[in-house]
Every structure is written in C-alpha cells, then in structure tokens.
Design a protein around this ligand. Structure first.
Ligand SMILES: Nc1ncnc2c1ncn2[C@@H]1O[C@H](COP(=O)(O)OP(=O)(O)O)[C@@H](O)[C@H]1O
Ligand SMILES: Cc1ncc(COP(=O)(O)O)c(N)n1
Length: 275
C-alpha cells in the first residue's frame, strides 16, 4: 500500500490546459502530490484569450466539496477563479465545515492575461470579508493587491505597506508576486509573515509565453505545503518551479503559450536530485 499526500484545487477550468485547474493538477502531479479538483466555472479558452465563461451553480460547487470533504481529506487546498460572491460564500462555508482554515492558499484570480473578468466586481468584497479571514496564505499579483488594498503599488515601500494591509485582512502569510513589474531585470516576489519581509528574486525572462504563471506558482506552493514543507520552503520551491516553467515555456497556439509543467521535474531528475 502506498500512502500519498493530497491537494485540492477549487478553481475554473481552462480548456486550453495552461491555467486554471489543468495547470494546478499538472503541477501537483509533477511535485508528487495526488490532485483533486472542485470546479467553479468552465472557460472556453486558448492561447488567444477567453472566448466564454460558464459559471457552475453554487450548489454544484458545494456538492463537489462535500464529496471530497467526506471521503478524501486534503492536506492542502488552493482557490483560483471563484467568479461570484455566491460561489465564494459556499467555499467559505465548506472551509469552515471541514476545518480547512490552516490549509488554505488563496490565489485571488481576477482578470485573465487577455483581459477577461474571472472574478465579478461584486465579488471582491466577499473575497475580503468571507474568505481572506479563513486563509493561511494569499498570493496576489500586483494589480490584485492594488484592488484588494485600494492603494497604488509602485515602490518597495508600497509593496511592504500592501503586504501589511493584506495581513490585517486575515491571512497568516502574504506572498506578493512581482511578475507585473517589468521595470527591472528581476522578477521579485515578497513573502511577509506579519514580522519579516523576505524577498525572492530571479532573472526576468523575456517571453510572451506566460499563460498560467500565477496558477502554476500557487499550485506549487500548495503542493509543497501538502508535503509538509514550511511556508518559506514552499515559496522557494514554487519560485524555482515557475522559473523553470517559464524558461522552457511552450510555443504552442497562436497567442500567449503556456508555461512548461515538466521543466522543473526534468531538471531535477537529470541532476539526480529528489523533488
Ligand atoms: N517574465 C518573468 N520571468 C521570470 N519570472 C516571472 C516572469 N513573469 C512572472 N514571473 C514569476 O511568476 C510568478 C507569477 O507571477 P505574476 O506574473 O506576478 O502572477 P500572475 O500570473 O498571477 O499575474 C511569480 O513568481 C513571478 O515572479
Ligand atoms: C480558468 C482560469 N483560471 C485562472 C486564469 C489566470 O491565469 P494566469 O495564471 O495566467 O493569471 C485563467 N486564465 N483561467
């Protein structure tokens, strides 16, 4: 009998396979974690953009979470596209019912890279009041952090202030991703635990094939937490995972190609390093 750690993604489906639950499940698999999913919405999507959004009924989301919660307790959970305040409230209720608070990573997905709305404007407040207080960590990109805090983020001091404000909203850890700041040669992420600011940077890769970077990064954090790693270790591994995935990103489709979920594992295996 083999025992395995389990991770759950509560997110939207990307038919093109680069973001959403597809990116999450591929990342879980690559990091040796058993992946489970509860779908919040279907998107008709490819490398050119989002052609359609079809949200699930909130009861359908609840039913999936009950099936998982009653039989397959996850070791870590992430949320991605949640779409509406009704779905957010259902997810928050199930997180409380099954006691998942200490295992929950929120990727506050708002807008797809092509510009389509994946979280309704009316749902931002529900995310702040219903879900953030229940979470272990949140992984906003810079525009999402601006939307959640209401502040403009330009300088390093702004990032630290935004992290402080987000920390006051409930999550124990703030992981502020810096991919959208194209001003330097580095992609700089910030981890804040309410006491210390820890910066993690890597060389910025010049490519348009970054579809699914945020989903993949937060899925890698979640997989590492499921494996029992500490938060700094999880973020460190996720940064290495996404760096490899962007370096070897896939030039498929006519638009913004996806990141390469095999890249990190291939590199580790070729060096004989256990994942
Ligand atoms: N061009 C890039 N080169 C290297 N790392 C990047 C690049 N773009 C994004 N990243 C990294 O990918 C992760 C996701 O970042 P970001 O683009 O900010 O989020 P999102 O995909 O949610 O918009 C972060 O760790 C960020 O530093
Ligand atoms: C279903 C779904 N969920 C999330 C994203 C965000 O993708 P990205 O990681 O590129 O910001 C997406 N494009 N589609």
């Amino acid at each position: 009998m083999t025992s395995i750690r389990k991770a759950l993604t509560i997110a939207g489906s990307d038919s093109g396979g680069g973001a959403g639950i597809q990116a999450d499940l591929k990342t879980f698999q690559e990091l040796g974690v058993y992946g489970m999913s509860a779908l919040t919405a279907l998107t008709a999507q490819n490398t050119l953009g989002v052609q359609g959004v079809y949200p699930m009924e909130p009861e359908t989301v609840a039913a999936q979470l009950d099936s998982i919660g009653s039989d397959l307790p996850p070791d870590a959970i992430k949320t991605g596209m949640l779409f509406s305040s009704d779905i957010i409230r259902v997810v928050a209720g199930k997180v409380q019912q099954y006691g998942w608070q200490q295992k929950l990573v929120i990727d506050p997905v708002m807008v797809a890279k092509g510009g389509s709305q994946l979280l309704l404007q009316e749902a931002v407040q529900a995310l702040i009041t219903s879900l953030l207080p229940l979470s272990l960590a949140i992984t906003p990109n810079l525009p999402e952090a601006e939307m959640l805090t209401g502040m403009t983020i330009e300088s390093r001091e702004d990032r630290e202030q935004a992290a402080r404000l987000l920390h006051q909203m409930g999550p124990e850890y703030i992981i502020l991703k810096g991919g959208h700041d194209s001003s330097g040669d580095e992609a700089v992420d910030l981890l804040y635990d309410g006491r210390e600011f820890q910066y993690m940077s890597s060389p910025r890769i010049a490519t348009k094939h970054t579809h699914g970077t945020g989903c993949t990064f937060s899925a890698a954090v979640t997989a590492c937490l499921a494996l029992g790693r500490s938060m700094p270790e999880a973020v460190h591994t996720a940064k290495a995972f996404i760096q490899a995935a962007i370096e070897d990103s896939l030039n498929i489709g006519a638009g913004q190609g996806p990141t390469n979920h095999f890249a990190y594992g291939n590199r580790m295996r070729s060096r004989g390093i256990p994942l």
